[in-house]
Design a protein around this ligand. Structure first.
Ligand code: 5GP
Length: 113
């Protein structure tokens, strides 16, 4: 069995988080090391390692995550924000449980590093 990620432990309630939203399919909480005034992570409760491992059966779930990310960004009062999904270690992924970053509250440069 593969070892549980920190996000699976958060979903299981074994590790605390600053939760902002949850439903039957996903959980959203504030990043422990925020990169901007608002930095929320939206994660599926299903343990998918990254966007590399998704399949057609995840279509509805993936759409749901984006809709929740949009709702939460607006609830936080953001008019501009960035939604990021790092995929693979060389792209900056450090936790191998799929997650969307919702980052905003300051000007964001492009291209990212
Ligand atoms: P990644 O680098 O994989 O795209 O993003 C992982 C994110 O998870 C990072 O921004 C990191 O700060 C955040 N993170 C890692 N461990 C924890 C934790 O225990 N609690 C919270 N709230 N965020 C975490």
């Amino acid at each position: 069995m593969t070892e549980k990620t920190i996000f699976s432990k958060i979903i299981a309630g074994e590790v605390p988080c600053d939760e902002v939203y949850q439903d039957s399919k996903c959980l959203a909480f504030r990043d422990i090391q925020p990169q901007a005034p608002i930095h929320i992570l939206v994660i599926p409760k299903k343990a998918i390692p990254s966007l590399k491992e998704v399949s057609a059966s995840d279509k509805e779930l993936l759409g749901h995550l984006l809709l929740i990310a949009s709702d939460l960004a607006k609830k936080e009062g953001l008019e501009n924000w960035r939604t990021v999904i790092n995929t693979g270690a060389e792209a900056g992924q450090t936790v191998f449980h799929l997650h969307l970053h919702v980052i905003g509250g300051r000007p964001l440069n492009w291209p990212p590093g």
